[in-house]
Design a protein around this ligand. Structure first.
Ligand code: G4P
Length: 288
């Protein structure tokens, strides 16, 4: 289960998380930022780049099994053009995890060579894993590290309750101390995280949310909508489209009206469980 429902976002918590990351930075060689490939922008922390400064930065586009592969490829290209290496991963199946390990070693090649040249064969690259709640950080660590939790050693960063994982003879990962947060002040970010279920529906009106999702789907994925729900008049407004979908599914209430609330819940559930298809809601060429 994602932990998002239990997290309370206080400025104090954010400041503490930021401080902890800054403290740990001198001990690590790179930062691996896990994002949700379905919402590659909204699932990022707005302050991370500033927090980590010049540390090498690798972005993981996780849940790539649920995202549109062509759009994921666009995002990887976009990041590369901006000097960041991005890798698509799927922590449910483990796809992309070896590529991630190889990528870290390529990005930090000089450091690895330096360790070898200096006769420090046991010294591993250290990478801190960060991500806002629900992007799959625990799944990633479980998948890649299994139960290889490092023994508590007497060295900085290990003795202070941080979780280090030994991945292989060249690589160690550190689970982030503290919790990162999304860009709350941006309404679109809140909506997009609600589409994926990372933010609870009850904070946003479910019909409104479904209508906003339909606006994106009607414009970017009309074929997938038609495949799932049959022929729809997508030139209508999003409330009407929701109503058409409800009608097609026989969601009628007394008086013959369509139960749009039920239709909204169904649409969101079918989007989240990928029944409509592998969909990405944010594009590098439009949204970044
Ligand atoms: P977090 O630590 O970042 O908060 O995220 P966590 O690993 O708890 O993952 C959040 C949800 O996302 C989990 O689903 C998890 O199974 C799912 N998930 C993580 N990575 C992937 C992926 O690459 N592909 C897919 N399809 N799903 C992924 P859940 O419904 O909360 O729990 P459960 O289904 O595992 O029981």
């Amino acid at each position: 289960m994602g932990t998002e429902q239990n997290i309370q976002w206080f400025p104090g918590h954010m400041a503490k998380a930021k401080r902890k990351i800054k403290e740990i930075l001198p001990l690590i060689d790179a930062v691996a930022e896990i994002t949700d490939a379905r919402v590659p922008l909204s699932s990022r922390n707005p302050e991370l780049a500033e927090i980590i400064g010049s540390k090498p930065h690798i972005v993981l586009l996780n849940k790539c099994d649920m995202a549109d592969p062509a759009v994921t490829a666009d995002w990887i290209r976009y990041y590369s053009q901006n000097g960041i290496t991005a890798v698509a991963v799927d922590c449910k199946s483990g796809r992309g995890l070896s590529l991630f390990k190889d990528t870290v070693k390529t990005v930090l090649k000089e450091k690895l060579e330096y360790y070898k040249a200096k006769g420090m064969p046991g010294k591993r690259l250290r990478v801190m894993v960060v991500g806002i709640p629900n992007v799959g950080k625990s799944s990633f660590i479980n998948r890649i590290a299994g139960n290889s939790r490092a023994k508590v050693e007497n060295r900085p960063g290990v003795t202070r309750g941080n979780q280090w994982f030994t991945i292989d003879k060249e690589l160690e990962l550190l689970d982030t101390p503290g919790v990162l947060w999304p860009k709350f002040e941006d309404k679109t970010v809140g909506e997009h995280l609600a589409f994926t279920g990372a933010v609870k529906d009850r904070v946003i009106d479910v019909e409104l949310l479904a209508m906003r999702l339909l606006e994106i789907l009607a414009s970017e994925y009309p074929d997938l909508l038609a495949k799932r729900y049959g022929t729809l008049d997508l030139s209508a407004d999003s409330y009407d489209i929701l109503s058409q979908i409800g009608k097609k599914r026989g969601m009628v209430i007394r008086g013959g009206e369509t139960d749009t609330e039920r239709a909204a819940n169904m649409l969101l559930e079918e989007y989240r469980s990928c029944k409509i298809g592998a969909i990405t809601l944010e594009r590098a060429d439009k949204n970044a």
